[in-house]
Design a binder for this molecule. Structure first.
Ligand code: RM4
Ligand code: MN
Ligand code: MN
Length: 426
């Protein structure tokens, strides 16, 4: 399925005058408070978020998986799906591959297809949380932290291979999410497990090309029940520091215990120049991986406030690798991803509206009430016309979800791929 620019223009034309009047009204309001609207729109248009290759099919829970018609059955089809979302939103210009779920067969063909869809290859992800067919050693008791040197070597070799695959595609970073942990007290020696992990990561790090970065993801629980080797940002940062300059912490929004102050973590990591990657999702309980902004949009805004502050004030921190890390067990994955992209753009736009100078002054004066007013004035602004204008300028859809439905994308995918295809992933 292909979406033609003309089709989008025709759909946009129907709502153009409403959009124009809303946009003009907002622009006027914002110029009264000294916001550079053109600059905000440029930033929104430039902001690109990678889509993981495992998020395009139906996700399951440990109790079951309800398939979604027309799921992509190959990496090619996954890239086509991302191309569709990118065409509609102009915000999804990258793919993040999970190996071995999505190993390319023909590298040149894959690269060409991605280029055709204006998709870049972002961070590659390794997988040592599942055993693969014909694998010699088992990861049942961990991988990079395993007590057995042979298992550790196998997991290290896998990560090195993932880097090699990514390198052929133009990726520049490796994300390591280590599931290793213990399910019962006493099962692991914490110190040994961490030492093994550090040494394994160093071996992978030292093998990476000189222009590559390593992102170390943390998570407090799951799949093991009692402890996780890389449970929090402190452990991740410690390991990154132990590897070297090009190793960073990766923050995944769903990987925190309830009520954790994620914005503070973001802020401190950026101050230290150590925030490398970012996974968007939302959750009620834990790693629920649901639509970005669907549960805690204000928290997302506060996180974006720190991200914007860091991007403006922390040159010591590199450009971040952004990715949506979600799983879709009820909604059409493509519709859900579009909703997530919109939520990200909205939170970003609102954060860009914060009067940083006034906030700084209010903070210096300990004017707590005013600090809150400044944040909430930005948060309460309906920024949708700005996000829409950015999409309009870059050739996307004014209303991506409506366009997706009007164009009958899912039906077309079911027609060509069938009802029962199953995408690789969780
Ligand atoms: C993990 C983590 C990783 C992702 C896997 C599939 O919970 O968020 O980023 O690679 O899920
Ligand atoms: Mn993640
Ligand atoms: Mn996760």
């Amino acid at each position: 399925m292909n979406i033609e620019t003309q089709q989008l223009q025709d759909l946009n034309a129907k709502n153009l005058s409403t959009h124009k009047s809303q946009f003009d009204f907002l622009t006027q309001t914002l110029s009264n408070s000294d916001v550079d609207v053109d600059q905000v729109i440029k930033k929104l248009a430039d902001f690109q978020v990678a889509i993981p290759s495992w998020a395009l099919g139906a996700g399951g829970t440990r109790f079951g998986r309800f398939s979604y018609g027309g799921e992509p059955a190959s990496l090619e089809q996954k890239i086509e799906d991302i191309g569709l979302i990118h065409k509609l939103t102009q915000t999804a210009g990258a793919i993040s591959l999970h190996i071995p779920w999505d190993v390319p067969e023909d590298y040149n063909a894959i690269k060409e297809l991605a280029a055709l869809n204006k998709i870049k290859f972002d961070a590659v992800n390794s997988n040592t949380f599942q055993d693969q067919k014909n694998q010699k050693e088992t990861y049942k008791y961990g991988s990079l932290s395993n007590t057995s040197a042979a298992v550790r070597e196998q997991a290290i070799a896998h990560n090195k291979e993932v880097v090699e695959i990514g390198n052929k595609l133009g990726s520049k970073s490796l994300t390591v999410w280590l599931a290793d942990g213990a399910s019962f007290p006493g099962q692991n020696n914490f110190q040994t497990a961490l030492t093994h992990t550090q040494n394994s990561l160093i071996s992978i790090y030292e093998d990476m090309p000189a222009d590559w970065k390593m992102f170390i993801e943390y998570k407090p629980y799951e799949p093991y029940f009692y402890s996780t080797v890389i449970q929090d940002w402190g452990t991740s940062l410690m390991l990154a520091n132990g590897c070297g300059e090009r190793a960073y912490t990766l923050v995944d929004l769903g990987h925190h215990l309830p009520n954790t102050n994620i914005e503070q973590i973001v802020s401190i990591l950026m101050l230290k120049g150590k925030l490398g990657g970012f996974h968007f999702n939302d959750s009620k309980y834990g790693d629920d991986d649901i639509t970005v902004g669907s549960i805690k949009p204000y928290a997302l805004f506060l996180i974006f406030n720190e991200l914007v502050y860091g991007m403006q004030n922390n040159p010591q921190n590199p450009e971040l690798g952004w990715m949506i890390d979600a799983s879709h067990n009820l909604k059409d994955p493509l519709e859900d991803l579009i909703q997530s992209l919109e939520a990200i753009q909205e939170a970003y736009a609102k954060a860009l509206l914060i009067d940083q100078e006034a906030l700084r002054a209010a903070q210096e004066n300990n004017d707590v009430t005013l600090c809150q007013e400044i944040l909430q004035t930005a948060y309460r602004t309906d920024v949708r016309p700005l996000v829409q204008e950015a999409r309009l300028k870059t050739g996307g859809a004014l209303n991506p979800i409506a366009a997706y439905r009007d164009l009958g994308v899912r039906d077309a995918l079911i027609k060509t791929r069938g009802k029962n295809t199953v995408a690789t992933g969780l």
